[in-house]
Design a protein around this ligand. Structure first.
Ligand code: GA4
Length: 356
């Protein structure tokens, strides 16, 4: 069932205090049947582009093992972590995001999710025992792929697609370009320490630009700036530290930042740009960001489910009607990726593919 939970944005922000909406929660094991579940998932992805999945059936073991391995990595001395960087865009990154000057208060590992790529990268991440790291990552990725397929199949069924597996087939292809990202947002107190280290400068930044909903006097620090995820679907899991915010309509024709309460046992699912294009805008790619906590480290792991580079992304015929003509021109994922890496993080890149 879908349970809305109201989550006003508090300290550090000002825009969402009046928001009356909430983050939908989908109980993936609720009695009521598959078609009721698929309707709920479609509704959440169409209205919010985002939901919290609970009772999802993912066993806790792979996540616990991944968390232990990545915590050990982030605890290494900066020069040891740098062996897995600089991010190109894959690898270890500290503060810098992408190639066009974006930055956030974080360090991260960005990995291609294919076993061969993981094995290659593991050599610079776990120098003692690379195959141990590869096994842990591959197990987690396997569990994420399964959950992503389950959600995509529910969406395919709920949207009444002729082939309900159309979406999941794209991400199970052996050439799938899916990624795994592990983010560590150190608290402000750690940052002062890191500031003295030449390897990793994480100066506290306060965004003062008007209209971003941040209250600089409250010391809000951008962990990861506003963006939409480019891929098909993303599955995020984080520790018990708040920080994730999503941009949702407030019902008055405006959009407000809504804080997503932390829930380490849940997966937060968000629609990516490609799924918006494939569904001709029926499902929406939600804009989100992370505000770094002042006093506790936030750790998050995100699986970005993507098609192969050569996959052609075009609205499925079932989503095109006389009332809802085709919104985006067809493109390949390779073409979309090239465009996104030429732009800043906050760019609404899907707009560039709009017809007319
Ligand atoms: C946002 C979602 C994922 O974290 C990511 C990011 C990627 C990167 O960090 O290399 C991008 C960003 C993300 C979109 C625009 C470009 C590319 C940074 C950036 C400025 C891994 C992804 O796939 O797209």
């Amino acid at each position: 069932m879908v349970v809305p939970s109201t989550t006003p944005v508090r300290q550090g922000t000002e825009a969402a205090a009046s928001h009356g909406g909430g983050i939908p929660t989908v109980d993936m094991s609720a009695p009521g049947g598959r078609s009721a579940l698929s309707r709920q998932v479609v509704r959440a992805c169409a209205e919010h582009g985002f939901f919290r999945a609970v009772s999802h059936g993912v066993p806790p073991g792979p996540a616990a093992r991944l968390d232990a391995a990545t915590a050990a990595f982030f605890a290494l001395a900066p020069h040891d972590k740098q062996r897995a960087g600089p991010p190109s865009p894959l690898g270890y990154g500290c503060r810098s995001i992408g190639f066009n000057g974006d930055a956030g208060e974080l360090e991260y590992l960005l990995l291609h999710a294919s076993p061969a790529a993981v094995a290659h990268r593991a050599r610079s991440i776990d120098t003692d025992d690379p195959s141990r790291f590869s096994t842990v990552v591959n197990d987690y990725v396997g569990a994420m792929r399964q959950l992503a397929c389950e959600i995509l199949d529910l969406l395919g069924e709920g949207l009444g697609l002729k082939d309900p597996r159309s979406f999941s087939k794209l991400i199970t292809d052996t050439d799938s370009d899916s990624l795994l990202r592990i983010n560590h947002y150190p608290p402000a107190c750690t940052i002062h320490k890191i500031d003295h280290d030449d390897q990793c400068k994480m100066k506290s930044i306060v965004r003062t630009k008007n209209g971003n909903g941040l209250n600089p006097s409250a010391g809000a620090r951008i962990g990861f700036g506003e963006h939409s995820d480019p891929q098909i679907i993303s599955l995020l899991r984080a520790n018990d530290v708040n920080g994730l915010q999503v941009l949702l309509p407030n019902g008055d024709g405006k959009e407000v930042w809504v804080q997503v309460p932390a829930d380490p046992s849940a997966f937060f699912v968000n629609v990516g740009d490609l799924l918006q294009a494939l569904t001709n805008g029926k499902l929406v790619s939600v804009r989100h960001r992370v505000i770094a906590s002042a006093c506790r480290p936030r750790l998050s792991t995100i699986y970005f489910a993507a098609p192969p580079l050569h996959a052609r992304i075009a609205a499925l015929p079932e989503t095109i009607t006389a009332d809802s003509p085709c919104q985006y021109r067809p493109f390949t994922w390779a073409e979309y990726k090239k465009t996104m890496y030429s732009l800043r993080l906050s760019h609404s890149r899907l707009d560039l593919f709009q017809v007319g």
